[in-house]
Each structure stands twice: as structure tokens, then as C-alpha cells.
Design a protein around this ligand. Sequence first.
Ligand SMILES: Nc1ncnc2c1ncn2[C@@H]1O[C@H](COP(=O)(O)OP(=O)(O)O)[C@@H](O)[C@H]1O
Ligand SMILES: [Mg+2]
Length: 269
Amino acid sequence: MGKVISIHSFRGGTGKSNLTANLSATLAARGYRVGVFDTDVASPGIHVLFGINDVPASASLNAYFWGNCSIQDAAVDVMPALEGAGVPVSASGALYLVPASIETGEIARILHDGYDVGLLNDGILGLMDHYDLDFVFVDTHPGVNEETLLSIAISEVTIIILRPDQQDLQGTAVTIELARQLECKNLQLIVNKAHRNADHAVMKASVEQKLGAPVIEVIALSDDMVQFGSGGVYCMRFPDHDYSQAVGRVADCLVAAGTASQLSDRRVS
Ligand SMILES: Nc1ncnc2c1ncn2[C@@H]1O[C@H](COP(=O)(O)OP(=O)(O)O)[C@@H](O)[C@H]1O
Ligand SMILES: [Mg+2]
């Protein structure tokens, strides 16, 4: 059985979608079978990183929620988007994205009606089973909202991303408290957009002390990432860059946590 990992933040613009796309691509390139769900239904966007401009409303997470398509029909094979980018991609890897609809009417409807987290859970498990996935990432909407908190509750690992910013720190403390109330099993923090002159070890210790949760990585603010502007999956284009190396270390942690021996059988180096 694969692992469900939700990527969350209290505030927007912290780097969730970029991290989710880069982490999932890194694992798929290494030979793992990966799914990604865009549950940021209010402001979907991760599809853009995989080179998808148009999400048909008839084949999206929204359509699945309304009972108009199966979860397999909503999933797009985005592995071809990784091939030819420069990084060798293992033949045994797989990457499927379930995008959310970008149509105004669809967004308005889901914001008004909400969605059934039980259906999300069924969809995740259904896709995992259908494609024999090792990991499913859930890219969430920022902040404290019912659906996102419940998606944390159905995940084996929750990663909360924050910037080194007082507003992010305070909001993350609230999110952590709620996640703990939901008996979140494995909570990890990532600090993103740290100033290049900051001492990452000192920052990690300080955030861990303030928030009482482990920081798995401190990622620097990168001018190159700003310039790239979500123009693709960065680590596939620039694997030696500090950002890509940091993503690689997070991927190592996820593989090491729990089911590593079961997964290593599949990995082709
Ligand atoms: N480490 C980083 N350094 C510089 N820019 C970054 C970094 N991580 C993400 N970004 C940029 O921040 C913006 C928001 O990222 P995104 O992944 O969309 O955040 P979220 O999904 O949390 O709203 C994007 O323009 C992205 O390229
Ligand atoms: Mg996002």
C-alpha cells in the first residue's frame, strides 16, 4: 500500500505547488509510481508546472466529485512532461496528476457546495490501487478550512511549508495544533524562501523550538526560481541547483520513512 502525503501551508505563495511538483517528479524519475491530487480547488495551478494549459471540466477532480467521471478518467499521465528535460527518467516510474478545474463556474460551484472528503479519500485509494502507486501527494489550499484539515487526517505524512516570516510562524502554530487534534500521524515542517545569508542550521533549530515539530529541510529563496516563475518542473531542468538538491533530500526522507524496504525493490537506479 502506498503512502499519502499532504503538502499544506497556512498562507499562500509559500511554495507548496512547486514543492509538490518537484518532489513527485523526483520520485517518479527515480522509479517510483506517484500520483498528485490538486485539492486547491479555489486556486488550482499545479497542472501548469506539468505543461498542461487546459483542464477539461469533464475530466477533473471536480468532475469526479460530481460523479461525472471516474478517478482514473480524471488522472493525466504527466510522465511525458518529465522526459527529455535533461534528467534521466527511470522506465519503472509513473506520474499521474488529478487536476482541478480552472473554469470559473466550476470553481464557484465547489466553493459554494464544498466537497465530500470521503470521496477524496476513495479517489486517492482508488487511483493508488488502479495504478499501484507508491506515493500520492495532495497539494492543498492554504489556511484553515474544513476540507484541507480533513485531507490532513487521511494522510500518513503531512508536510507544512512556511516562510521565515512572523505571520507564517503564528499561522503554522495554529495549523499544527489543529493537525494534532486530528491525530495527524507524521507531521514535518519545511522552511522555504530562507534568505541566502541565513544560517540554515540555526533557522531549523529556532523553528523547531518555536513550533515543536521537526523541520526536514530549510530551502533558500532562489532568484533562479523566481525567474523560472513556475515555468516547469525545476529539478528536472536544473538537477544540480541547490533547490533541486534540497528537494532530493526531502524525497530521501519520504522514502526512508516507513516503507523503504518495500519500495526499494521497485527502484531502478
Ligand atoms: N525557494 C524558492 N525561491 C524562490 N521562489 C520560489 C521558491 N519556491 C517557490 N517559489 C516561487 O513562489 C511562487 C509561489 O509558489 P507556489 O508553489 O505556487 O506556492 P503555493 O502553492 O504555496 O501558493 C512561485 O512563483 C514559485 O516559483
Ligand atoms: Mg499552490
